[in-house]
Design a binder for this molecule. Structure first.
Ligand code: MN
Length: 234
C-alpha cells in the first residue's frame, strides 16, 4: 500500500540561520507507515496552497514560543518567537485543516498553536502565570524521561486509541493552554489540571498533545499515537 505523504513543519535555528529537524518526528511517521516530507519555511500562500493539496496530513512540530499577538496579548513572560513560522502555520492550518479537512497532529508548540488559532489563550510562562501548579513541566534534561502523569478523558478518541486511564509523559514546555478554544475538546490533563491533549470538534483527525511522543518512540503509547495519525491520513 502507498504510504500517505505527511508534511512536517520545520524548526528554525536563528544562530545558524538554518532549518532543522528532530529525527523522532520523521521516524515516528515512517515507523507508523507514513511518508514524512520536510516542508520549506515559507509564508508564500500559493506555495502553501499547493502543499496543502499534495499532503494527506500535517505534523505541527515543537519549537519557539508563539507570539502573544496571536491571542491578543503583549509579550510579558514569553521567550523568543519565530514570526515566519507563526505566519506559515496560520496559513497552512487554515488551508489544509479548516478548508480541506486534512488530518493534523500537533506536538508541544502544536497544541498551543491549534488553541490560539481557534481562539484560545496561553500561559506565556507556566511558573509565572499558573502559580497553582505544583508540577515541573520543564524539568532538567534528559527530556525523554517521565516527568508527570496525564489523565486520559474517559470515552475520548485518545482513550479509545491508547486504552489506558492515565499515562506517564515527558514534559519540555514552559507555556501551556490557559483558556481553551471553543472548538477543542480536552482529551488529557496533567495532575495540576493543565490540558495536555485535545482534539478538534467536527474534524476527522485534528489532535494535539503537549508532551513529546517523538522523544519516546520506544514506548507503545507513542507508537499508538503515530499509528492513529497515519491511519487517519490514509
Ligand atoms: Mn507537561
Amino acid at each position: 500500500m502507498q504510504r500517505p505523504m505527511i508534511g512536517v513543519v520545520p524548526l528554525w535555528d536563528e544562530s545558524r540561520n538554518s532549518l532543522w529537524m528532530l529525527p523522532g518526528y520523521m521516524d515516528g511517521i515512517t515507523g507508523a507507515g507514513g511518508l514524512p516530507l520536510l516542508l520549506p519555511l515559507t509564508t508564500d500562500e500559493a506555495v502553501l496552497k499547493q502543499i496543502a493539496g499534495i499532503c494527506a496530513g500535517f505534523l505541527f512540530t515543537g519549537g519557539h514560543d508563539l507570539s502573544p499577538s496571536l491571542y491578543g496579548e503583549a509579550p510579558a513572560f514569553c521567550g523568543p518567537v519565530c514570526e515566519v513560522r507563526d505566519t506559515m502555520e496560520k496559513i497552512l492550518f487554515s488551508l489544509a485543516v479548516l478548508e480541506q479537512h486534512k488530518s493534523a497532529l500537533g506536538i508541544c508548540r502544536g497544541i498551543q498553536l491549534f488553541n490560539v488559532l481557534l481562539g484560545g489563550t496561553l500561559y506565556q510562562d507556566i511558573p509565572a502565570q499558573f502559580t497553582e501548579s505544583t508540577l515541573s513541566h520543564q524539568p532538567p534534561p534528559p527530556y525523554n524521561r517521565v516527568a508527570h502523569q496525564v489523565r486520559i478523558e474517559s470515552g475520548s478518541p485518545l482513550h479509545e486509541v491508547l486504552g489506558v486511564a492515565s499515562l506517564g509523559v515527558n514534559s519540555c514546555h514552559h507555556q501551556g493552554i490557559a483558556k481553551l478554544a471553543p472548538e477543542l475538546i480536552p482529551m488529557a490533563r496533567a495532575e495540576d489540571g493543565l490540558i495536555e491533549g485535545v482534539c478538534m470538534k467536527d474534524q476527522p483527525f485534528v489532535w494535539a498533545v503537549q508532551w513529546h511522543p517523538e522523544m519516546a518512540l520506544g514506548e507503545e503509547n507513542s507508537q499508538k499515537l503515530f499509528r492513529a495519525f497515519v491511519a487517519a491520513c490514509l
